[in-house]
Ligand binder design. Structure first.
Ligand SMILES: [Zn+2]
Ligand SMILES: [Zn+2]
Length: 119
C-alpha cells in the first residue's frame, strides 16, 4: 500500500508500506508488489509461507478476497494478525516467494524447502 499523502508522481521507497504489517519498505527487506499497489514484505511473506505452505494448511475461509491478486479465492489464505482485512492466498504466497528467491540474489532465503507440495 502507499503511504497516505504520497505523491504518485514521485514515489519513493518510504512511500511504500507492507499491507500486512504496515512497515515501510527498506533496503534490507524485500517487498513484492501485487495489484493496485498492494505489497507484502519478506517478513510477512515468510510468516505466510510458514502458516499456509509449510504447515500444509488446507482450511479455506470460503471466499476470501486476496489483497495481492484482488480475486476471490477459495484456497487457504494467510491473514495478517494485525490487520484483519489483509489476506494473501496460497497462490500469491507461492508466486511472491518465487519472485523473491530469484530477484534477491539468494540473500533472502525461503524458510524451508518444501516446494514439492502437490498443487
Ligand atoms: Zn510486512
Ligand atoms: Zn492472491
Amino acid at each position: 500500500m502507499f503511504r497516505e499523502g504520497a505523491n504518485p508522481d514521485s514515489m519513493d521507497m518510504n512511500d511504500v508500506l507492507c499491507d500486512f504489517c504496515h512497515a515501510v519498505w527498506k533496503e534490507d527487506i524485500p517487498m513484492v508488489e501485487g495489484h493496485r499497489g498492494s505489497c507484502i514484505c519478506g517478513k510477512c511473506l515468510r510468516m505466510a509461507w510458514g502458516v499456509v505452505v509449510s504447515n500444509k494448511m488446507n482450511d479455506s475461509q470460503g471466499e476470501a478476497t486476496c489483497r495481492m491478486c484482488l480475486e476471490k479465492r477459495e484456497d487457504p489464505c494467510y491473514q495478517s494478525p494485525a490487520y484483519e482485512d489483509a489476506l494473501i492466498c496460497r497462490r500469491c504466497i507461492r508466486m511472491s516467494a518465487h519472485t523473491l528467491r530469484i530477484d534477491d540474489d539468494g540473500a533472502w532465503e525461503m524458510p524451508e524447502r518444501s516446494d514439492r507440495v502437490a498443487e
